[in-house]
Design a protein around this ligand. Structure first.
Ligand code: 5GP
Ligand code: MN
Length: 324
């Protein structure tokens, strides 16, 4: 197991009260990381609170620890830990913000500039990998729910171990999880295949909206506010909607535009080989962030201009394919 910075371990050992924060519209990695770390800290005798946006999407509503997500907060904590948040703006935070003696950032996004007093930043497949390593270094025994939490984080952020972010380290951690439990078949199905009725219909709307440009190398998917509302709101948009474009043969760049409020769009970008398009650079330009192959941002401007920009980008890659 790779090393964990001693600063992080000392910070945990030396402090007593912790508040755990994750990003807006928390995904499996955010929730899994928060629960594994939160329960791990509790096992070490620490006081832990969470401030996490609810309701969680259906598939993540099985952790009993999430009953603490809406508990009242203290005014002050020894440590406020930001998990899976590449920027502080992207975090879901209490208003007004609580006082923190120390802020800790634990994250796996390449775009993270390190906004904490202590930063544990490493480009791994999931933040849950970093949390697992912290708990391992502190000799915390994982209970069954923590095992599920770490699995949920890694499985979600790797698209069930299909994405290019999976490494030998990821599988080393997985093998440790399998030592604790026979299989993760039911959980995997829940995380990746099953949908409720509204989610399936919304997924269908997204497929239906698909447009392709530039000889089918750019995919553009749009979900209107009206459609999203019809099927229960943004919480019903499943992660795999952002991968619809990527699952089309030949597509190199995909934009999934979700009108989550009237005129406010959440954009998910994805890219795949052979073009080395770093979508996190586009996302950062618009105040978002993420990874080379998966990034996102909130957009309020002219969608036609955004589409044109992506078409020009893919045009450039097609022309320069040989030398990029
Ligand atoms: P998704 O498209 O699934 O929402 O996000 C893809 C990746 O980009 C995730 O790692 C996510 O954390 C990151 N990301 C998405 N939206 C934002 C954003 O608005 N700001 C930042 N900093 N990162 C984002
Ligand atoms: Mn993540």
């Amino acid at each position: 197991m790779k090393k964990v910075p001693t600063e992080i371990l000392d910070c945990i050992k030396e402090n007593q009260s912790f508040l755990i924060l994750v990003h807006n519209k928390p995904d499996g990695d955010a929730i899994g990381s928060a629960i594994a770390l939160g329960k791990g800290l509790k096992a070490l005798g620490k006081n832990v609170d969470y401030y996490i946006e609810t309701p969680l999407e259906d598939k993540l509503q099985f952790f009993s620890e999430s009953r603490y997500f809406e508990d009242e907060l203290q005014d002050e904590y020894d440590v406020v830990a930001f998990l899976d948040c590449s920027t502080m703006e992207y975090a879901f935070k209490p208003v007004p913000m609580v006082d923190a003696r120390t802020t800790v950032v634990i994250d796996h996004h390449a775009t993270n500039q390190g906004y904490g007093d202590i930063n544990f930043l490493e480009i791994t497949a999931a933040t849950a990998e970093l949390v697992f390593r912290i708990l391992d270094a502190l000799d915390v025994e994982l209970d069954p729910e923590m095992v599920e939490a770490v699995f949920t984080g890694i499985s979600t952020d790797t698209g069930s171990f299909q994405f290019s972010n999976v490494t030998a380290d990821t599988h080393q951690i997985l093998s440790r999880l399998y030592e604790k439990r026979d299989n993760f078949a039911v959980l995997s199905k829940r995380l990746h295949s099953e949908k409720n009725y509204a989610q399936m219909k919304l997924y269908g709307k997204a497929v239906d909206s698909l447009q392709l440009y530039e000889d089918n190398t750019l995919a553009w998917i749009f979900l209107s506010y009206a459609d999203i509302c019809k099927y229960g709101g943004p919480v019903q948009i499943t992660d795999d909607v952002a991968n619809i474009g990527m699952n089309i043969i030949g597509v190199q760049l995909s934009a999934t535009v979700k009108e989550v409020e009237c005129g406010i769009y959440r954009v998910s970008l994805r890219s795949k080989t052979p073009f080395k398009i770093d979508v996190s650079l586009i996302a950062r330009k618009y105040g978002g962030g993420g990874h080379m192959r998966a990034a996102g941002f909130t957009f309020k401007g002219d969608l036609k201009a955004l589409k044109k920009e992506l078409i020009e980008l893919i045009e450039y890659y097609r022309k320069h394919e040989e030398d990029i």
